[in-house]
Design a protein around this ligand. Structure first.
Ligand code: CUA
Length: 311
């Protein structure tokens, strides 16, 4: 799964890849057909009313009272009631699902902290899940209201400060799916994306096992990279497990080199993009919480190499 895979990520409510999004797509289809039919009937009646010749001889062509009661009261009540029941039953069914895997997610301005509590793994801006397993994500927010939306997998649920909400979904096929913050949350709301990667069960087991490893400084390159990382203040905000970097303000970078994107879906994670991002994150995503770093070429090279080596 390389950074190029995000360019083909699926992201459409009309392209469902799981039972929850499938159910939502069916409801959307039904609503479109029913309301489309009602719209056509109303338009035909309007055209009829506009062009019908007025004939004073013929007092009543139609029983108006009956027409108003049936067409204006009974018909819309029945249509809306049936769709309301359908939507309520569906909402209840997809809002309280099964849970085979629990993920905890915290929204920040403007990135997603993703934690697997039973494996003690933390990543950012990407969610890996096994295909065919119902997932529940506990949603929290550190600052303002965000909203998680992965159109191909499920609907939207808000991340509200002081509250814990749940997001249920299941991916029924492997693939990469793009998600997006769907609640205006400030300057970089539009650049608060994420990716859901659905893997086969074996691949997911391998993935989570690799994420459990910490990142020891076991080579001279890593050591000098880490020294630059620390001296430039990066460790104040970022954690790299296995080192003395234990900052909490920004994403956990323990496996930065295997991340798909940079800046929450802003750029594919390649060496060049990473170096550009580190050297001036404010130019690429103005207003984000990562300050300008003013690195010289040597430090920039050391830090970029070090971070890309953290697979
Ligand atoms: Cu977070 Cu919009």
């Amino acid at each position: 799964m390389g950074p190029g895979s995000i360019l083909q990520a699926r992201s459409s409510a009309f392209d469902p890849a799981g039972p929850v999004s499938e159910a939502i797509a069916r409801l959307t289809e039904w609503m479109t057909w029913v309301f489309g039919a009602v719209f056509i009937v109303v338009m035909v009646l309007i055209i009829f009313a506009v062009f019908a010749k007025h004939n004073p001889e013929k007092k009543k062509t139609l029983n108006e009272n009956w027409f108003i009661i049936a067409g204006g009261l009974i018909f819309p009540s029945v249509v809306l009631f049936v769709l309301l029941v359908y939507a309520l039953v569906l909402t209840a069914r997809i809002s309280f699902g099964e849970e085979k895997l629990l993920i905890q997610m915290t929204g920040h301005m403007w990135w997603w902290d993703v934690h697997y509590p039973s494996h003690n793994v933390s990543v950012a801006n990407e969610i890996y899940v096994p295909v065919g397993k119902p997932v529940r994500i506990e949603l929290r927010s550190r600052d303002v209201i965000h909203s998680l939306w992965v159109p191909s997998l499920a609907g939207k649920v808000d991340l509200v400060p002081g509250m814990t909400n749940s997001y249920y979904f299941e991916a029924s096929q492997p693939g990469v799916f793009r998600g997006q913050c769907a609640e205006y949350c400030g300057l970089q709301h539009a650049r608060m994306g994420l990716y859901v990667v659905a893997l086969s069960e074996e691949d997911f087991a391998t993935w989570i096992k690799e994420r459990q490893h910490s990142a020891p400084l076991d080579s001279p390159e890593k050591k000098s990279g880490f020294v630059a990382f620390k001296n430039k203040g990066c460790a104040t905000c970022h954690t790299i497990r296995g080192t003395e970097a234990i900052g909490q303000a920004g994403p956990d970078l323990t496996h930065m080199g295997s991340r798909l994107s940079l800046g929450a879906g802003l750029l594919p994670n390649t060496f060049g993009n990473l170096a550009g991002w580190i050297s001036n994150p404010q130019a690429l995503k103005p207003g984000n919480k990562m300050p300008r770093t003013y690195l010289d070429a040597r430090d920039l090279h050391l830090i970029s190499h070090y971070l890309m080596s953290l697979k």
